[in-house]
Design a protein around this ligand. Sequence first.
Ligand SMILES: [Zn+2]
Length: 349
Amino acid sequence: MGTSAQTVLGMVEGGSLGFTLPHEHLVFDGTSIFAEPSISSEKCMAHAPLGLDILSWLRYHPYENLDNVRMLDEDEATAELLRFLKAGGSTVVDVTIPGIGRDPEALCRISRMTGVNIVMGTGLYTEPSLTQRQRDMTVDEMASLFINEIRVGVGTSGIRAGIIGEIGCNWPVAPTEVKAVHAAAMAQQETGASISLHPGRNSEAPFELAETLKNAGADLSRVLFCHTDARLRDPFDRMRLADMGCVLEYDLWGWEGHFPSYWTSDDYMDLPNDTDRIYEVMSLMEQGYGRQVVISHDICVRSRRVCWGGWGYMHIPTYVVPMMRKRGMTEEQVRQLTVETPRKLLSFL
Ligand SMILES: [Zn+2]
């Protein structure tokens, strides 16, 4: 495995990545995850402009307002990322891919404006978010697209991806998504890049996907399972996934249980709060899985940004790390979580 990582502005030595958030979104079009409110009297909220009057409602209905799920303002993203830089951060992985509005040129501009390293993803998001043309692609076509975006760049832009994902899967996994998972395994074997995988909302989803990846020849030690804090609420399940060699990504820091229990009609999930997350991560460390955990915020709605009353990309370095230290995490453990494991996962050239 190489020692360099690939950012939107070119290759950098893995050792210079520093404090890294492995799962964020800077410019993001969540139109495909937008859901019209199911209650008649709340339907007017769907198209209201983001503002103080709806912020409270948004805490439980983050995906039911179009303005909230469309993070299209590049200047807003730049200002928010500067807060992360000021808090000591230095690298962000933007796992936004086709289906949720990836914008490589904007990522380059934001990186230049802030000085923060940005690693971009390649891949395809969930089946409903894709065009018919994308759904019709064969596994080989998908794999060569991903490989090309890592080696040559997106289209003719020359801007290269540095990670595969977040590959988006629903539960049960849709046919296009199965193809994308196989293609991700092929692209990983060809390039050495890590895979970031978003499993559907079911505790069995990560295991089924891990099996699929393993059978397709993927290196599970370079597969980050997104949203572990929401998907795997049973400690035994977390150990089971770690025992398969996978990386557990706790990427919902700052979501303190504000979550719509009726997000979809038959599907909901429980969320821990940050204190629970700290104890869960420490317990994984005590059991010897400390090198298989990474942490991030997965900011994909504007209301989670500081300018709209949220915690922003600075939450982990500003508030979470000091809490970790107070609860007994050593400097070495904090560094492993925020610097060393991300460096290892992003270095492949
Ligand atoms: Zn995400």
